[in-house]
Design a protein around this ligand. Structure first.
Ligand code: PRX
Length: 652
């Protein structure tokens, strides 16, 4: 048996022993009395009675040995900013924000919602929350008012932290008006909004509710706020993610298990050298660069928590992958940062690489990438041409890894921390990660499948530490959503199709549900449908995700109008299509905007009224829709097929 097989087997056959040993990767204030309590499975408790604090582990703990070492390297090609913060600087900044929150009455267990662009203050604020035992909920800045309002109502934050604006490709995107609109829409009203003014878009302040970040920071400049020790299973954060219903789910993550799992992920997957205390010969530290956003799980884990827990420097980047610090086009910006800051491990989504692929390839070779051990890609399927292109271009291992907001860290990956010779295989994110008991089940019979058979990818319980503990405020929804595939509730469904080859490598073949993945961003088609239905002229709509060469998938909408006369001319159709897109922009954000809105007379449904989404998606992608015996009106799909024909073949 090879080393990987052996360690993996130990981790899943005797999880208590395995995780007891991994728990030594963080400092505990009080030791745990039990590694795993699974009496209420699938609700688990890891490291029962152990008390710890993630901020202590990410910052305070390092002060004795690396106070002057760089902890955060902030780069914004939107504002032309580059700043570094040592662990001591970080300690001071986080204490200030913690004191600002305490002064607003925020205590242990309160929620704090962040609606912020990629600024260092957002990272300080996340850590400040964990310091005082408050539960943060970061909402991606690309989301608009109604998405934000539904999250405010679900998390019921005491305080909201925000900024005047974000910026994309040099264009200022005011956040404050979106936040004000969201608070107006929401039933729950936060007591306070702390607003960071970046000087991008003068914010209108609401008297008595909104406070200026910079003045608060001055007031609390010398503050010291002690860490609140939390029992391991107390929540650290809530992160909303899309599912099949229109209501987003609050993925709740615990404290101890979360920290232990992230440290294990650095050790086994992302930077074994950092975990074993080695440093870069030139920089004297290890440096991690996750080009993601703090609003997504990758940002939570690999911009903020994991690198700091492991005493590394983390690079936080605001901007496009194709723009330089001077605002001029520069497709080599990321590689220049790797060279300048001696980045040892880098992480991004395949979409970003597909964007770079369209640029002059000389940017790949202009910078010295000697420090870089590997490039990690996740969040969407990594197509083989993209993987080969970047692998040949930078001459480094490209390590695809597969996971979800829910799991909190990879479940499939190459694990060089176990076996440095473990090789990736194009098209596969790799083998099961330690702690994850992956199985493939037949969709119809739920029987376990052998190699080379396609099925639903599931995790047999118990889920390892770091995975979601529950749906915030709704334990039953956690069970009903994820654990209802088998009657005994023994497996967690990933809602992904998968297949395993003879050597144990897994391949991910897309979602089994209505979740789509646009440029690595996970979206629920139901949310988009609900938003489109908000347009007064739309009677009914169906949204599907279709393959796209750059973004992986894009949303395409099919809609029935209330009054056919409203789209009598091609100009009318164009106008309404634009209006529908603007409706989605306003309520959900431009990210969710469908690439096209097609107006149709009928949508493909079964006789019992269920939308035939798979058939609709197949036809939109030019594939065979399969079995249509249950369809109510076969002309619905025919009309759509005609509509999608390239213009040259459409008779005028
Ligand atoms: O469908 C899978 C896809 O993204 C989903 C999870 O998205 P999210 O919750 O945003 O978490 C992203 C964390 C990296 C999965 O259910 N997905 C994620 N990684 C991969 C992937 N599909 C194929 N290959 C991957 N490496």
């Amino acid at each position: 048996m090879d080393r990987y097989d052996e360690i993996y087997r130990q981790s899943v056959e005797d999880p208590e022993t395995f995780w007891r040993s991994e728990a030594a990767g963080i400092e505990w204030q009080q030791p745990f009395t039990l590694v795993l309590d699974d009496r209420r499975a699938p609700h688990l408790r890891w490291f029962v009675d152990g008390t710890t604090n993630i901020c202590h582990n990410a910052i305070d703990r390092h002060l004795a040995t690396r106070a002057e070492q760089t902890a955060l390297i902030y780069v914004s090609t939107e504002t032309g900013t580059e700043k570094t913060f040592s662990y001591r600087d970080l300690f001071e900044e986080v204490n200030r924000v913690a004191a600002m929150l305490v002064a607003q009455g925020v205590t242990h267990g309160d929620r704090v919602l962040l609606y912020m662009p990629m600024v260092p203050e957002a990272l300080f604020a996340m850590l400040a929350c964990t310091r005082i035992g408050a539960i943060h909920s970061v909402v991606f800045g690309g989301f608009a008012s109604s998405s934000l309002a539904s999250r405010i109502d679900d998390a019921r934050p005491k305080v909201v932290l925000s900024a005047d604006a974000g910026s994309r490709a040099g264009k200022v995107i005011p956040y404050k008006p979106l936040l004000d609109a969201a608070i107006n829409l929401a039933k729950h009203k936060p007591d306070r909004v702390l607003l960071l003014d970046r000087g991008l878009a003068a914010p209108a302040m609401v008297e008595g509710r909104d406070l200026d970040w910079a003045s608060l920071r001055r007031q609390h400049f010398d503050a010291r706020v002690p860490c609140t020790w939390l029992e391991s299973n107390e929540p650290c954060y809530i992160l909303y993610t899309s599912g099949t219903t229109g209501t987003p789910k609050g993925v709740q993550r615990d404290t101890g298990g979360h920290a232990v799992a992230l440290v294990a992920s650095i050790k086994y997957i992302f930077d074994p050298a950092a975990a074993s205390g080695e440093v870069d010969a030139v920089s004297g530290r290890r440096t991690f660069f996750a080009a993601s956003d703090i609003g997504w799980v990758v940002g939570h884990c690999y911009i903020v928590y994991a690198p700091l827990l492991c005493g590394m420097a983390s690079v936080m980047y605001e901007g496009l992958p194709t723009r330089g610090l001077d605002g001029e086009p520069d497709a080599g910006i990321w590689w220049s940062l790797v060279a300048k800051h001696r980045v040892n491990a880098m992480f991004t989504a395949p979409t970003a690489i597909r964007v770079l692929k369209k640029q002059d390839p000389s940017h790949l070779t202009r910078h010295d990438l000697a420090s870089l051990d590997a490039l990690f890609l996740a969040g969407e399927p990594l197509d083989e041409p993209t993987a080969r292109w970047i692998s040949e271009g930078i001459g480094k291992p490209i390590l695809d890894n597969y996971w979800q907001t829910e799991t909190g860290w990879p479940m499939l990956s190459t694990q060089r921390g176990i076996d440095p010779t473990m090789q990736p295989r194009f098209g596969s994110p790799g083998k099961p990660v330690v702690g994850f008991k992956l199985r493939l089940l037949d969709e119809a019979t739920n029987a376990e499948l052998a190699a080379n058979e396609k099925g639903v990818l599931v995790i047999a319980g118990p889920l390892p530490p770091g995975c979601m503990s529950t749906v915030w405020g709704d334990d039953q929804r956690f069970v009903d959503t994820y654990w209802s595939l088998l009657d005994d509730r023994s497996v967690y469904s990933t809602f992904d199709w998968g297949i395993r080859d003879d050597d144990g490598y897994y391949f991910i073949l897309g979602r089994t549900d209505d979740v789509i993945n646009v440029a690595g961003h996970r979206l629920g088609t139901r949310e988009i449908e609900e938003s489109i239905s908000g347009h007064p002229d739309i009677a009914e709509t169906a949204v599907v995700g279709v393959a796209d060469a750059l973004k992986g998938q894009v949303a395409i909408a099919f809609a029935i109008v209330r009054n056919a006369a409203s789209i009598g001319t091609p100009q009318d159709r164009l106008r309404l299509e634009g209006e529908v897109m603007a409706t989605v922009d306003r309520s959900l954000g431009a990210l969710a905007r469908p690439a096209r809105v097609h107006f149709v007379n009928a949508l493909p449904k079964t006789r019992s009224g269920k939308m035939l989404r798979r058939a609709l998606q197949a036809v939109t992608e030019g594939r065979d829709p399969g079995d249509l015996t249950t369809i109510e009106d076969p002309t619905a799909l025919e009309q759509i097929r005609d509509l999608l024909k390239p213009p040259s073949s459409t008779p005028h």
